[in-house]
Design a protein around this ligand. Structure first.
Ligand SMILES: *Cc1c(COP(=O)(O)O)cnc(C)c1O
Length: 400
């Protein structure tokens, strides 16, 4: 069998004409009109809309400081830069994440240290992090896997004991809550993604929320070439041509057309999340009883944003495992995905495979069983029931 399971034959269980994608963004006519208005305005880059969007996000997240950026990847990079993470520093992150978490560390010249996950939450295991701490450890980078909050209490205790900083990769968890509070505060920086498939979208985009005003200010400056605060206005009626570069930065800011879309999406964030939660419940109600199948769990005190529905199919119980299930979903015109290929499996990170290949048993076990089912607000109940029927039929056919 190919490593990616691509050679398996799918079996047809239902008749669906229209392909159900793994994800389709929900962009309203009102949002399209808001973007068009910006395009007609003549101001197409960083400007008043981005500032309005940043303030609206801060309000939604109940945080003081929120800086819109061009992507979560850019935001992670800036957060590490602004915190002074660099060569000689060790950064602990889960092996189960998208490459962005790791590339931020590598591009800063710091040393990535891969930790195993908690098999229930699928987020980084605080006990595993504790075991990996050395005198050179400077930073923890937990990930809210699938939208499930990573459990900051234990990580904050650890950080306090060892004088560590925390940058949270919250690409999945815009709107999630931990002990009543929205994800976005309680650590040095929380970085969200507004990529097309995420909880809300600006096409491409992201946001860095910070507890400290000076850190947020530095991140905002680094995102805009290192310019002084008012330089963005230099082409407007209130601007003037003179500006100063206070330090070399990057071009990582958001633009007004994207921010206009973001403002519309933000107004619907709770509605989107409620619908994703409803679909996830519908899935779990039926799928939880299937043999060899584990449905995603939500720990006490947590409210997941339900960015992803992370199903597990145990290949020791279900012959063919998730590979057969994915082939069956495809044969029945249903999209799916796998989140994530662990970092050390990628050809670019061979040294990580050598160092950590046999030290991440929960990550490996999860990866072998993982399949993400379609989950987006515009799905109908019938779409969800089609997914349920194919999963049910596939698993029951496999276990005989
Ligand atoms: C999507 C994602 C990112 C990157 O987000 P972009 O906005 O596309 O840069 C980072 N981390 C995780 C865990 C993600 O899923």
């Amino acid at each position: 069998m190919a490593a990616d399971g691509g050679s398996l034959e799918g079996r047809k269980f239902i008749s669906r004409e229209e392909f159900l994608p793994f994800f389709r963004p929900d962009v309203s006519e009102t949002e399209i009109e808001a973007v068009a208005e910006v395009l007609r305005s003549g101001w197409l880059t960083y400007g008043a809309k981005v500032r309005e969007f940043g303030a609206a996000c801060a309000d939604y997240l109940q945080v003081d400081q929120a800086v819109p950026v061009s992507s979560c990847t850019a935001g992670l990079h800036l957060a590490l830069e602004a915190l002074g993470i660099g060569p000689g520093d060790e950064v602990i992150l889960p092996a189960l994440t998208f490459v962005s978490t790791l590339s931020a560390v590598i591009h800063r010249g710091a040393t990535p240290v891969l930790a195993d996950i908690d098999p229930v939450t699928l987020c980084v295991d605080p006990a595993a992090c504790a075991d990996l701490i050395t005198p050179r450890t400077r930073l923890l980078m937990p990930v809210d896997m699938g939208g499930h909050p990573c459990g900051m209490d234990a990580l904050r205790d650890l950080a306090a004991r060892h004088d560590l900083r925390i940058v949270r990769d919250a690409a999945h968890s815009f709107g999630a809550r931990e002990h009543g509070r929205r994800v976005g505060s309680g650590c040095d920086a929380t970085v969200f993604s507004f990529y097309a498939t995420k909880c809300i979208t600006t096409g491409d985009g992201g946001l860095v929320a910070c507890d400290a005003a000076d850190l947020a200010e530095r991140i905002a400056r680094l995102a805009l070439h290192g310019m002084d605060g008012n330089a963005w206005q230099r082409y407007g009626d209130k601007g003037r041509w003179y500006y100063e570069i206070l330090e070399p930065g990057w071009k990582y800011h958001l633009g007004d057309p994207a921010a206009a879309l973001g403002l519309g999406q933000l107004a619907r964030a709770d509605e989107f999340m409620a619908r994703r939660t409803e679909i996830a419940r519908r899935y779990s109600e039926v799928l939880a009883d299937l043999p060899g199948v584990t449905t995603p769990q939500v720990a006490a005190g947590m409210i997941s944003a339900w960015h992803l529905y992370l199903l597990r199919v145990d290949p020791e119980i279900v012959p063919g495992g998730r590979d057969q299930l994915i082939a069956d979903l495809t044969a029945n015109r249903i999209g799916s995905s796998v989140h994530f290929i662990p970092l050390h499996h990628h050809p670019a990170f061979g040294e990580l495979a050598t160092a950590y290949g046999d030290r991440l048993p929960e990550t490996e076990r999860y990866f072998r069983s993982a399949v993400s089912l379609p989950l987006f607000p515009a799905m109908s109940d019938q779409d969800a029931d089609d997914v349920i029927e194919v999963v049910r039929a596939s698993i029951l056919a496999a276990v005989g």
